[in-house]
Design a protein around this ligand. Structure first.
Ligand SMILES: C[C@H](O)[C@H](O)[C@H]1CNC2=NC(N)=NC(=O)C2=N1
Length: 101
């Protein structure tokens, strides 16, 4: 079943419950800072596990002690859908486990 792009108002409502996340063009983005490189790497692996579970994948960028995430739904023309909101919620929930800020 095709997943539909969310209306701007709906995205903004959802973002109000996703601290640190914002809309950058058509993508939801968030950047985290961690204590050191290994912690950042572990967070990337954790996010990858969740993405495989959801079958929905972000563009993930690993820095020295940073993790940046950008997500949109390819099959919806690169727009934000409920699948992106769900992934953002899951990443937000796992971030504190890694001490990410
Ligand atoms: C075949 C597989 O279901 C698709 O390629 C999935 C995988 N992960 C995906 N991730 C994202 N962000 N958008 C998609 O449309 C998407 N599609």
């Amino acid at each position: 079943m095709a997943v539909e792009p969310l209306a701007r108002k709906e995205i903004e409502d959802q973002l109000s419950e996703l601290p640190g996340w914002s809309l950058d063009g058509d993508r939801l983005v968030c950047s985290y800072r961690l204590a050191h490189h290994f912690a950042a790497t572990a967070m990337v692996v954790h996010i990858a596990q969740v993405q495989e579970e959801l079958n929905h994948h972000s563009d993930l960028t690993l820095g020295y002690n940073t993790v940046s995430v950008a997500v949109s739904t390819h099959s919806a023309g690169g727009k934000v859908t409920r699948l992106d909101i769900e992934l953002a919620r899951r990443i937000t929930a796992l971030a504190p486990v890694h001490g990410a800020r």
